[in-house]
Design a protein. Sequence first.
Length: 132
Amino acid sequence: EVEKASVAVQIGDNTSKLWLVTLEGTIVGQTSQSSLPRLTVVSGRVGREDANFISAVKLVDLLSRAREIDGAQISGEDLLINTDGVQVILPLVGRDPQVLVGSLQLILVRGTMGDKRLSKIDLRFKNAVVTY
């Protein structure tokens, strides 16, 4: 069953215990180390009853297939991700995860303005907010 896990979930500051979670939000195991993408949950519920948690797991899984992510954290109804030194804010409700990931990929590829580097991308709104 552990092979079906898509994300390793860290609860709070406890870095020694990771929960292995499927795309459906089912916890299938526990470990102290994992090569799976890591999702940190500071507060809120973990499991398939929580729609925000399931959305976060799906987004982290999709993003990690497309690019390297340096960690993800649920913050209220948002998902905070760091990738290539860029802070990304994604909504957990109301948007198609594949569209969000596609938009993010496009912005990251085309996001360079001369010698300016992207520092933050906020995809919670109709139009992305990009900060250099």
